[in-house]
Every structure is written in structure tokens, then in C-alpha cells.
Design a protein around this ligand. Structure first.
Ligand SMILES: *Cc1c(COP(=O)(O)O)cnc(C)c1O
Length: 361
């Protein structure tokens, strides 16, 4: 097989260990002689995997008792409307730090007033707005902690005077999180905790059932909490494949020492790449330095070097770099260094950037 380094933004690189054990489970799940994709989700073996997956989430993120951990379908995009459906009485506030945040606010408008407290759209979302006012009469304040497309990140858990809701699709499990500062955290699994097909929701239970709004059964989080532990996220058929890979991925995170250890490794990888972006005369970074993401790294050709963009892309491709084309709204390049991206991949990318510079000196 050709050596390649996967920098895709999502779906993206997964731990090899998780892939291998999933392949085995597809052949023979839990020593039943039946494959993972062919079992009933009501078998004890599967109920154990579900319970273990929730337990791994609780352990890794230190999730307090009063929160539920749910695994749903529909992607983070479905949470854009399920969050306001469940939490918004009259009004919600949104911080607009990218197109995902903008899309989330758009769906919230179906349920009430939406106040955009600040936006960085004026500069292609290359920074995180500061110094905004959170309206105290809003039912919650929604943020996107990591802006996958632009490579900006809110790296600290904000102190928020009202319920804080966060889309953590692309930085969940990359660092410790003080869950108590949030009312609800959600995201698609396919950036840092698994494959596409499952969405995680961590929600403080006392926030539910307060709107007076009748909800469709599937939209109501309480349906998925269920009345018995074995029914949790099992109201209907759960996406067993995606949840199993998530289970294996989280086991891997735990084996490396959990999210604190991940964060150390992630910072090291990220600093290596930003150091090269800043040093290399061929390139410049696009995100404001203080807001740079440790997951997604965006850069473009330096002024005067723009004509070399396609050449660098071809050069990098030849050296096995996959998925470094920037999103069309930013242009240039983006390398996503999620948990499962090995440090060797970052070293290879840095060497590739250095060699390209030498070629043009
Ligand atoms: C990818 C992404 C989404 C969309 O996720 P889907 O699961 O595809 O709906 C939402 N928010 C952020 C921050 C993302 O990176």
C-alpha cells in the first residue's frame, strides 16, 4: 500500500487499533459467531458496548451525574434544530464564528428570536470575536468551539451568565473540558471520535421539558434518555457500526492517558506545524495567532508566491499528503491534526514544506 498521510478535515484519520478491532467485530462480534452488522441491538453483548461507550465518555470528560450522554443520528446539522426545539423558550444568542455557527443560528430562528451577539464574517471568520454582550434574557448562548473550516478555536471554557451550548464537533476529546460550564455539548463523531453516522449530545437533565413546546418523539431528548438504563439511546435502532468504532476510538484515547495526554500531544503537533508556517517564506497562516486552532491549521501562499499554489499542491501530493486543500471559502491549504493523526505525519508535512522552499530559493 502507498504511504500516505491523512490530513482530511472530516471524516478523517482514525486510530489503526480501532479499525483493526472493528474489522474483527464485523466478522465475529463478542464471540457470538455473528458479525457486528448482523446482530440484534437488543443482545446483551451490544447492550454492554452501549453502556461501556457511555462510561468511556463519562470517564474521559469527567461528565457529572446530572448530565446525560446520548448517541443520536442526523449529524451535528440535526442538532442545529434539535437544540432550540428542546431548549429555546423565546430567545437565543449565537456567536457567529463560521458557516457552521451561521447554519446553527438559521435553524434556531424557526423557534424564536435569535440574537447574533458578534460575528467575524467581515474577515472570513479568521478570528474569534471578543468583547460582546450576552443578553441575559436569552435562554442559552450558542458557540462553536472549533471552527473547522477557518482554523480558529475557543480554547477555554467560557464563563457564561446564561446556559452555554457548544458545538464541539471538531475539538471534542482534544482537551479536558469543564462540562459543568455547559448546559449542552454536541457534535458529529466524524472529526475526532469516530466515523460518520453518530452524533453525541451531553445535556444537563434539568434543562429539558421547560419550553412548553410539544415536540416530535424523536426530537425530544427525553425520548432517548428513556426510563431504563438499557433503553438509553436505544429508543430506535442505534447506528451500531458508528458507535462501535467510537467505543474502540475512546478505548484508544484512554490507553494513551486520556484527554490530558491527548492535549499534550495535540499541542506539540500543532506547534510544530505553526512554527513551520511562520518560518517558511513561501507561506502565511490565515487565522489570528491568538485564536489558532490546535486541530485545523490553515495557510496560504505568501504574497508574491500565489502562482506556486498548484505546484505545491502537486508536490505535496507526490509526497503522500492527503486532504490538505483548504476549504473553498478560505483557499490555500488546511491540515487537520486530529487525535489519531500521528506525529510522523506532521513531521512529513513540515519536511515537505521545507523541501518546497529549498526548491524555490
Ligand atoms: C463538520 C461540522 C458540522 C457538521 O456536522 P455533520 O455531522 O456533517 O452535520 C457542524 N459543526 C462543526 C463545527 C463541524 O466541523
Amino acid at each position: 500500500m502507498k504511504k500516505s498521510y491523512n490530513f482530511n478535515a472530516g471524516p478523517c484519520v482514525l486510530p489503526k487499533e480501532a479499525i483493526e478491532s472493528t474489522i474483527e467485530a464485523i466478522r465475529n462480534f463478542d464471540n457470538t459467531g455473528i458479525g457486528l452488522l448482523e446482530i440484534s441491538h437488543r443482545t446483551p453483548g451490544w447492550e454492554r458496548i452501549m453502556a461501556e461507550t457511555v462510561a468511556l465518555w463519562r470517564e474521559l470528560l469527567n461528565i457529572p451525574e446530572e448530565y446525560e450522554v446520548l448517541f443520536l443520528g442526523g449529524g451535528a446539522s440535526t442538532q442545529f434544530f434539535e437544540v432550540p426545539a428542546n431548549l429555546m423558550k423565546k430567545k437565543a444568542a449565537y456567536l457567529q464564528t463560521g458557516v457552521w455557527a451561521k447554519k446553527a443560528a438559521k435553524e434556531a430562528k424557526f423557534y424564536g428570536d435569535v440574537e447574533i451577539v458578534a460575528s467575524s464574517e467581515d474577515k472570513t471568520y479568521s478570528y474569534i470575536p471578543k468583547n460582546y454582550n450576552i443578553p441575559l434574557d436569552a435562554d442559552y448562548f450558542h458557540i462553536t468551539t472549533n471552527n473547522t473550516i477557518y482554523g480558529t478555536e475557543i480554547k477555554e471554557d467560557l464563563d457564561c451568565p446564561i446556559t452555554l451550548v457548544a458545538d464541539m464537533s471538531s475539538d471534542i476529546m482534544s482537551r479536558p473540558v469543564d462540562v459543568r460550564k455547559y448546559g449542552l455539548i454536541y457534535g458529529g463523531a466524524q472529526k475526532n471520535v469516530g466515523p460518520a453516522g453518530v452524533t453525541f449530545v451531553i445535556v444537563r437533565k434539568d434543562l429539558l421539558g421547560q419550553t412548553g413546546r410539544p415536540l416530535q418523539t424523536m426530537v425530544d431528548y427525553r425520548t432517548h434518555i428513556g426510563d431504563e438504563p438499557k433503553n438509553k439511546s436505544m429508543f430506535n435502532t442505534p447506528p451500531v457500526f458508528a458507535i462501535f468504532v467510537m467505543h474502540e476510538t475512546l478505548k484508544w484515547v484512554k490507553s494513551l492517558g486520556g484527554v490530558e495526554a491527548m492535549n499534550k500531544i495535540n499541542k506539540k503537533k500543532s506547534e510544530m506545524l505553526y512554527a513551520e508556517i511562520d518560518r517558511n517564506s513561501m507561506f502565511v497562516g490565515t487565522a489570528a495567532k491568538e485564536d489558532r486552532s490546535i486541530m485545523n491549521h490553515c495557510w496560504v501562499m505568501a504574497p508574491g508566491k500565489e502562482a506556486l499554489q498548484d505546484e505545491f499542491m502537486a508536490f505535496a501530493k507526490e509526497r503522500g499528503m492527503v486532504g490538505i486543500k483548504g476549504h473553498r471559502s478560505v483557499g490555500g491549504f488546511r491540515a487537520s491534526l486530529y487525535n489519531a493523526c500521528p506525529i510522523e505525519a506532521v513531521e512529513a508535512l513540515v519536511a515537505c514544506m521545507q523541501d518546497f522552499e529549498k526548491l524555490h530559493k
